[in-house]
Design a binder for this molecule. Sequence first.
Ligand SMILES: [Zn+2]
Length: 678
Amino acid sequence: MKRKLLSMLLATCLLCPAVTVSAAEYDTGTPWIYSGLEGNITQDTNISLKDDFAAAVNKEWYLSNSIPVGYSSYSNLAEKAYVMPEEFIAILTDESLKNDSNGQITQEIYQMWLDWDARNAMGMEPVMPYLNAIRNIQTMDDLEKYLTVKGGTNAIVALFPIGIQADMKNATEYGVYISSPSLFLGDSAEYRNPTEFGTRRKALIEELAIKLLVKAGFAQNEAVGIMEDCFTFEEMIAGSVLTFEEQSQTDYIDKMYNPCTMDFLKEQQGDMPIAEIIEVNGYDKAPNIVLAEPEWFMAFREIYKQENLELIKSYLLAHSIVSICNVLDKECYDWYTNMSNALNGSQGRLQDEVLAANFVSSMLSEPMAQLYCEKYYTEEDKAKIEAVCYDVIDEYKVMIMEEDFLTDVTKLTALEKLENMTVRAVYPDTWEDYSSITVADIEKAGNLLDTVMMIANYQSEIQVAKLGEEIDKGEWIAEPTDVNAYYNPQDNSINIMAGILAGPVYRSDMSIEEIYAGVGSVIGHEISHGFDPNGSQFDKDGNYKNWWTDEDRAAFDNKTEKLIAYYNSVELWEGMSCNGSILQGEAIADLGGAACILRMAKKIEDFDYDKYFKSYAKVWASLKTPQTAAYHALYDTHPADYLRINVVVSQFDEFQQTYGITEGDGMYVKPEERIAVW
Ligand SMILES: [Zn+2]
């Protein structure tokens, strides 16, 4: 579904997004056991906190918690994510909101989702016009007409995804970014060197898509052929699409930032109607159009021909039906749930009300978040968290100025970057006005799919209207209900959403040690992203611009390489090592955040370090199914949670001293072997 803004890979979040997967063969890793892997910690596990802090501190948590039905992981930090749907339901059934415009539309969609009788009666009917529009394409001219409908209101998926986000080199205005079409297997590397995960995912998607296509009236052999053609097409384009690993490298920004003119597009696009799509949708109002994947563009130009028309149609049919099968009838929903369980290692399904509430929150995220924050958060909460943010930023300034590996010129520019950092905490000052969507609009759409399309179109129009205007720094990209936090290098902001301010991260009755271990560390982590290999390439205003001396950059790169080498040496289980290269940004952020917070702790009289370190370990207590752990090992840019505890705490003298750790203990790290960059 279309997002409010295309965020590319730049807004580094604290947590990995929801995932999908294949099974892991696991065993004890080195140097520590993967304590958050379901079943790895038992009553008999007898580990001292000097040898494995994560396992020892969280043993009771691991034993007393389990992964809830319908989920593939469970974490202490994301506790709110499991509670929030109940709070949404309270809002979505609150009679007193019947006169509120946000209340009306969210409640209407909630009821529409829950109305299985109506959904079952319609069956595949809502999706048929979209599928027939693709089936009726006979020529390349037909295809062009299909692709160039204003707003893409006739198409569920985009063959040429086009999004809007800040221009990389001029952070005051929006740019339009053209990217490659999405692939069923996510990572283009899966098409060159398939992993067990990818092979399994492919089989499950094929099985689901074929069932859906047959239900939509295609003959069995036709449906099988569509899926074969779809994957043939994906293989043809995957070779020129950057792999996930390539996208996580520091040269990615340079590779993807390719501004071009409309004239260039028209000259170079061959038969592809990208320039026409841009014009019909008003994207050409943007001062800059960026071709994020020029290699794909050149390769696709050769593929976009009549001889491949059936392959392109198969791609569109398969992606359309799979991406919306969860808004059709009960049978489709059950097939979708079964596939997702098989992929993730999860079991069962959530209650209808919870699913409906989550759906409303994803579709009408801003109105839902506004209702939620008005009910559960106060200006006082916002002021409190903002104050902690500024305290951590202030300490970070001193920390940077005291770094011995940087020269003064780089330090002073880093200081400016910290002084100019925007803080967005808890909820926004102003909300997007959704009052022009009404219950009558939803009733007119008549079913969930058309409602989804109507809202997506509305949101795209809001974004297009902003092209050519100066970017409003008060605007939030993420929703306050996201259980997450992130740094956005493109506007040099830290974003601490209301959703993460719960459980071990923040409660109003916390001690200073718990606040530092929780929300303090989260804030420190996000600030550090401004100085990780990716974020450090952007200046104080969010422009992609080198502000480092060559000498300082070389020193930073040396430190980063040491960190990467360390993570490469860590085994999650036998035969599965960490990929330090993918993890570098998040690992630097964890370590930098902790270093900053421990400096703040020094200023507190009688600071209870034992309480702090144990609280910190509790933040990262989590459980994953083996399938989910396998997925994370391949694709998550965050180290596994037990490493986010053990690697981080073991780097600091305060930790070694608090627990009397000496050489020979599992948590001992020689000072010269420590890897913190900041
Ligand atoms: Zn992060």
